[in-house]
Design a protein around this ligand. Structure first.
Ligand SMILES: Cc1cc2nc3c(=O)[nH]c(=O)nc-3n(C[C@H](O)[C@H](O)[C@H](O)COP(=O)(O)OP(=O)(O)OC[C@H]3O[C@@H](n4cnc5c(N)ncnc54)[C@H](O)[C@@H]3O)c2cc1C
Length: 488
């Protein structure tokens, strides 16, 4: 079998083979929960070439602390960068024996820092390997792999996997929450291409989950799996042939009345358009009372059909610009995703789902109240997302879903955070009456009170049953993990 491997991040780590701190032997860590623990056992049981242990006193600690959202950073008492599932298992057992709370970090892009913690962080970044099968139909990625690296490797064989647009997002957190991207309407969500998952469970066992083994967990991991059932160490996906696409972008600066017509027409059109086309619509407040509307997306079909479909939007108002580009797949990844360099900012996101086209009143409220500095991004559903039944995987937002809405704001000075958060919450609260009540876990939001019902809808009870069976002590937990019972 021909294999390719990249160890961009992991290679550097393994070469160092570090058990980092000279202080480590004698260090005792006071946890936020009041107990004192020694990490001597952890150090003694972890093979030096399989893990790097970092405590805050270590010189290298700070360089692994960064994550996309600077607003939600937490300082752990110890971070273990694991390069094998065995190292993950040992770390889990140590955390259990010492009652140290655990968080798991892969790509570090959680909107709410659900991969952050004050106890032990198991960090999968060193497991970033990639292998494509000899027939190119499947690939395996380590849990620490990033979307951009996976796209780059697959594109060498004219293949792709449907997943998100940001190259620095981790494939693991993304897929476990669903995984929407610009191939979603022809090819489905990232979790729909998942074939097999290797995971370390609460007993510290390395298990496989697929349509044949641990079927219940495989169901749960596809949409409900982030940080709730175990630590994923490897994922196998099917690949799809995608060599080139036509991307498009159209923009308008229009009055609220015209913006409302564009928004309504987009919602009627985008989820029902030919499934080759995936469309996003971005709405923001412009200058002089105008609204900025941008429709963008891509098709794996023909330029002619794309042009005739887009005529639905230009019939409402002539766009300031309409750009259609014929791009190879990697150029389209760079076109939408921008830089492959890690970025660290302060941000807040929220989400909603609409199951029917928004009412005129709902659109009017959105356009009246949208503050400057907040983008509302509609992601079109339908197509292959809708081919899968709502209860076939844990991802529940398929049948009849028109679109998700992502609300996004970012800032660069910490001091601006309070005002930004208040503005976002006030705006979102005003819109909730016009929405379905559902929300997307990958755009997680700690303000949602009944988050489990919002994220997983009618699949919640089955997820709870699986949680009770596989993690009855709720060892894998974060602020929005699958609870052991409803309402907890
Ligand atoms: C800039 C940006 C762009 C984005 N674009 C998109 C997009 O186009 N489409 C989309 O659908 N989403 C998008 N997202 C959301 C993204 O999919 C989620 O934030 C996702 O959870 C990130 O995964 P991660 O591995 O990078 O994050 P992490 O912060 O490492 O983890 C996220 C979650 O996964 C869990 N987790 C992490 N590793 C493991 C593991 N090994 N085993 C079990 N659980 C684990 C954590 O507990 C946490 O709950 C975007 C986010 C950002 C910040």
């Amino acid at each position: 079998m021909k294999r390719r491997t990249f160890l961009k991040f992991g290679g550097a780590l393994v070469a160092q083979s570090v058990i980092a701190s000279s202080l480590l032997d004698s260090v005792f860590l006071s946890t936020a929960h009041g107990q004192t623990v020694s990490i001597r056992d952890l150090k003694n049981s972890l093979p030096a070439d399989q893990a790097m242990i970092l405590v805050p006193q270590d010189a290298q600690f700070a360089s692994y602390q960064q994550a996309f959202n600077k607003r939600t950073l937490k300082t752990p008492i110890v971070r273990v960068l694991c390069s094998t599932p065995q190292a993950v298992a040992i770390s889990i057992q140590w955390a259990q024996a010492n009652k140290v709370p655990l968080a798991v970090r892969s790509g570090g892009h959680s909107f709410e820092g659900l991969s952050q913690g004050t106890g032990l962080i198991i960090d999968t970044r060193p497991m970033s390997q990639f292998q494509i099968s000899s027939d190119k139909q499947t690939f395996i990625a380590g849990a620490g792999a990033l979307l951009g690296n996976v796209y780059t490797e697959l594109a060498k064989d004219g293949r792709a996997v449907p997943a998100g647009s940001c190259p620095t997002v981790g494939i693991t957190g993304h897929t476990l929450g669903g995984g929407y991207g610009l191939l979603a309407r022809p090819l489905g969500l990232a979790c729909d291409s998942l074939l097999k998952v290797e995971m370390v469970n609460a007993k510290g066992e390395i298990i496989q989950c697929s349509a044949d083994e641990n079927k219940d967990l495989f169901w749960a991991l596809r949409g409900g799996g982030a940080g709730s059932f175990g630590i994923v160490t490897k994922l196998q996906f099917k690949t799809h042939e995608v060599s080139h696409v036509y991307t498009y972008g159209m923009s308008w600066k229009v009055s609220p009345e015209v913006a409302a017509q564009l928004m309504k027409t987009w919602q009627q059109w985008a989820p029902e358009s030919p499934r080759e086309i995936t469309s996003l619509m971005k709405v923001s407040r412009g200058k002089d009372g105008l609204i900025n509307v941008r429709a963008l997306g891509q098709t794996v079909g023909t330029e002619n059909i794309l042009r005739s479909e887009l005529a639905r939007l230009s019939a409402i108002a002539q766009p300031e610009s309409l750009n259609i580009k014929d791009l190879d797949f990697m150029s389209s990844v760079r076109h939408f995703g921008g830089s492959f360099d890690q970025e660290y900012i302060f941000m807040k996101g929220k989400s909603d789902y609409i199951k029917q086209v928004m009412s005129d009143e709902g659109i009017a409220v959105l356009l009246k109240k949208i503050p400057s500095g907040i983008d509302v991004i509609f992601d079109s559903y339908g197509g292959a997302i809708r081919d899968v039944a709502d209860d076939a995987t844990a991802f529940a937002h398929r049948t009849g879903t028109v679109s998700s809405l992502q609300y996004y704001t970012q800032w660069f000075k910490e001091a601006d955070g309070k005002a930004k958060l208040e503005t976002m919450k006030t705006f979102h609260d005003a819109l909730r009456p016009y929405m379905s009540g559902a929300a997307y876990f990958n755009y997680c939001d700690l303000d949602i009170k009944d988050y489990a019902r919002a994220y997983w809808g009618n699949n919640l009870q089955r997820l709870i049953d699986i949680k009770v069976q596989h993690d009855p002590n709720n060892f894998f937990a974060h602020a929005q993990s699958i609870p052991l019972k409803k309402g907890s």
